[in-house]
Design a protein around this ligand. Structure first.
Ligand SMILES: CCCCCNS(=O)(=O)c1cc(S(N)(=O)=O)ccc1C(=O)O
Ligand SMILES: [Zn+2]
Length: 260
């Protein structure tokens, strides 16, 4: 069926067969070349209002580990920067590599980071549901945060300590009271461009906001993500969840803007 993954047969080079938009004009991720971005003084700061966010659960969806949020009202939104409306926080998830290899999706002047955190938001002003927003050209806003290895991150343990409960595809456990603001770097200087989801269905519906400064996490913390498996508990195959990233796609004439 439509099933896709990150392996040799079902990975990013095969996705176009079931999802032809994979070869579209605004695909993500991309390689960001800082000295080729255009500085845009009209780009204001990103404003996050996450103080009343409500995390619900943490899940292994067979592609990543995802934390879902209550998005029935504007309790946690991102606004400003390139955005014309407030966008509601729906979920966040990560992409990462194998031991010692890099696993970010966006790259910076050809360099990749160890991992990348994506905070997915949707335009509930213009669209009635997340599903409708996910297919609209200005429907989603994803905030991308790079992770590099070094010292231990003081708050990431709240995620990594829960990973053993969602080892297998399809597992979900309660995950209340987590505010992802603790995972952001001090500076929210960013690059922004028009792109897509980086996993099937690859809809070209994302305003990407990629934060320039990485957060630092320890190799030990990152290693815990690799204890997850892509496969379900009932399957005899145990395929370690790693290298769940799409490589950079063609820019096709797009402009990448830089906040100051
Ligand atoms: C209606 C179909 C929407 C599918 C996309 N859902 S999503 O939460 O935006 C998403 C974004 C992304 S990404 N990497 O931010 O484009 C990856 C996975 C998912 C997911 O479905 O878990
Ligand atoms: Zn992602």
């Amino acid at each position: 069926g439509n099933h896709w993954g990150y392996g040799k047969e079902d990975g990013p080079t095969a996705w176009h067969k079931n999802y032809p938009v994979a070869e579209g004009d605004r695909q993500s991720p991309i390689d960001i070349i800082p000295n080729q971005t255009s500085h845009d003084s009209s780009l204001g700061p990103i404003v996050l209002n996450y103080d009343h966010c409500t995390s619900i659960n943490i899940a292994n969806n067979g592609h990543s580990v995802v934390v879902e949020f209550e998005d029935s009202d504007d309790r946690s939104v991102i606004r400003g920067g390139p955005l014309d409306n407030p966008y509601r926080l729906k979920q966040f998830h990560f992409h990462w590599g194998g031991k010692g290899c890099h696993g970010s999706e966006h790259t910076v002047a050809g360099n990749s980071y160890a991992s990348e955190l994506h905070l997915v938001h949707w335009n509930a002003v213009k669209y009635k549901t997340f599903g409708e927003a996910a297919t609209a050209p200005d429907g989603l806003a994803v905030l991308g945060i790079f992770l590099e290895t070094g010292d231990e991150h003081r708050w990431l343990h709240m995620i990594t300590d829960a990973l053993y409960t969602v080892k297998f595809k399809g597992s979900v456990t309660d995950f209340k009271g987590f505010n992802p603001k603790c995972l952001l770097p001090s500076s929210l200087q960013y690059w922004t461009y028009l792109g897509s989801l980086t996993t099937p269905p690859l809809h070209e519906s994302v305003i990407w906001i990629v934060v320039k400064d990485p957060i630092v996490v320890s190799e030990k913390q990152l290693g815990k993500f690799r204890t997850l498996v892509f496969t379900g508990e009932e399957e005899d195959q145990r395929t370690r969840m790693e290298n769940n990233f799409r490589p950079p796609q063609l820019l096709k004439g797009r402009k990448v803007r830089s906040s100051n």
